[in-house]
Design a protein around this ligand. Structure first.
Ligand code: ARG
Length: 452
């Protein structure tokens, strides 16, 4: 049985089922790197406070750095018999520095370690997501740039509405990603890494000693000060019981997942035979075990499907935190799996979307077929009559009747004579109508959008 960080007041061994039920190492090993950084800062603070001699400090730092190196080079193996990663690291450190390890936990609690390490994990992972969002945006802009003249039918209620530039459609997703970027930036910036809370009540080490040790440590982390914003705790109770940062992170990731699900849905529809607007690269599709002709957009379907998991993760932490009394409660251990899960889902989805968009081919011939639907130009015909002095409401009714007439009689507006058109309005000139039934003319007539 692995050593615990507690036990003095107990006369009985822990029930094995309790060990299993309370254990978190199977997932919180992901916090190893950040727990080690927290310990290195804590060693600095203990030295300042006089709890460690200079040689003791050096020895502990050496031991911690060796474990840190093993995490970084992938040789760190979590001991799954330990209660959690904090216990595991303490035990591994003991193997390196012996009894000196017993001093490391001076004025410290796992409550603070957990909070510090989880906050740092969020900051580092959110910074990676910021980078990926930037890269996805570059691919979106490149794809838009390669198809800058292409016009497609635009939809509302999934019905043909008006022609739009494909560029605008794709850049609508770029707008969403920009808002996501801003939200991630704010969420990461809102996280303060604090120290000095102890279990909940603060510690006997003076605030100033924390401040000086922290600024010395952060100073040594070249350029990292701004990212990590490490400072002494101003309210120790809040420090150990706050999980807003997890909820905020999960909210931001949920919104991002919702955006990606909408993107996925558009491309699933567009890749269907009925639409045929796009061809998704073989590398991003899968087949059917029975139907040899199938090329399925499973990647996009899973991106759409994982949105449920992202929302579930958010709701699970919100519900777990609801009504919890201050300060730390063990319930809070359950924030890790949803957090890691959402972070991994989003990171993978961003990488997949980057590759998928880069390989998408637009089928111009098929898109042009769809653009032959004259209903797409109905609004332009309304504007035409308005420009001839017909009040908008009347023009709207006239064109509505014209479209119904053409549909009911299976005839095209462009093949109607001026006399036939004249039954709906005397303002129609056939040559003007023909000109207006054109996708390029339609999109170019929209002047309210500033184009670069
Ligand atoms: N693994 C625990 C967590 O993630 C560690 C904290 C335990 N603290 C305590 N006071 N029992 O929350």
């Amino acid at each position: 049985m692995a050593k615990k960080l507690w036990g003095g007041r107990f006369t009985k061994a822990t029930d094995p089922l309790v060990e299993e039920f309370t254990r978190s190492i199977q997932y919180d090993y992901k916090l190893a790197e950040y727990d080690l950084i927290g310990s290195l800062i804590h060693v600095e603070i203990l030295r300042k406070a006089g709890y460690l001699t200079a040689p003791e400090k050096v020895k502990l730092e050496k031991g911690l750095k060796a474990i840190h190196a093993s995490v970084k080079n992938g040789t760190f193996k979590p001991d799954c018999a330990c209660e959690d990663i904090h216990t595991d690291i303490q035990n591994k450190l003991e193997a390196g520095v012996g009894d000196l390890v017993l001093k490391l936990h001076t004025a410290r609690s796992r409550n603070e370690q957990v909070s510090f390490a989880t906050k740092m994990y969020c900051k580092v992972e959110l910074a990676k997501i910021l980078d990926m969002l930037g890269e996805v945006d570059v691919v979106l802009c490149e794809t838009a740039g390669k198809n800058c003249d292409l016009v497609i039918p635009g939809f509302t209620h999934m019905q043909h509405a008006q022609p739009v530039y494909l560029v605008d459609y794709i850049l609508a997703y770029s707008e969403m990603l920009k808002r996501d970027y801003d939200r991630v930036w704010v969420a990461a910036g809102n996280i303060d890494l604090t120290m000095g809370a102890g279990a909940l009540a603060g510690t006997p080490i003076g605030y100033e000693k924390y401040r000086v040790a922290i600024s010395k440590y952060i100073g040594g982390l070249k350029g990292a000060g701004a990212i990590f914003k490490l400072k002494p705790t101003v309210n120790s109770l809040d420090s150990v019981s706050d999980r807003d940062f997890v909820i905020e992170t999960l909210s931001v990731l949920s919104i991002m997942g919702m955006h990606m699900s909408r993107f996925a849905e558009d491309f699933i529809i567009w890749s269907s035979k009925e639409f045929g607007f796009v061809e998704i690269d073989d590398a991003f599709c899968t087949g059917s075990s029975l139907m040899p002709q199938k090329k399925n957009p499973d990647v996009l379907e899973l991106i759409r499907g994982y949105t449920g998991r992202l929302y579930g993760n958010l709701v699970s932490v919100l519900t777990m935190m609801k009504g919890l009394p201050l300060t730390y409660n063990r319930d809070m251990q359950l924030d890790k799996e949803p957090l890691f899960s959402s972070m991994e889902i989003i990171s993978t989805e961003l990488r997949l979307i980057m590759g998928l968009i880069a390989g998408v081919k637009f089928n111009k011939a098929k898109i042009e077929e769809h653009l032959e639907d004259e209903a797409l130009y109905a609004t332009d015909l309304v504007y035409y009559l308005v420009s001839k002095g017909v009040p908008f409401k009347n023009a709207h009714t006239i064109i509505g009747k014209l479209i119904k007439y053409a549909t009911d009689n299976s005839i095209e507006i462009k093949s109607m004579t001026e006399r036939e058109l004249g039954k709906f309005s005397g303002k129609f000139k056939k040559e003007d109508v023909i000109k207006l039934l054109n996708p390029k003319v339609s999109v170019r007539s929209k002047k309210s959008i500033k184009r670069g």
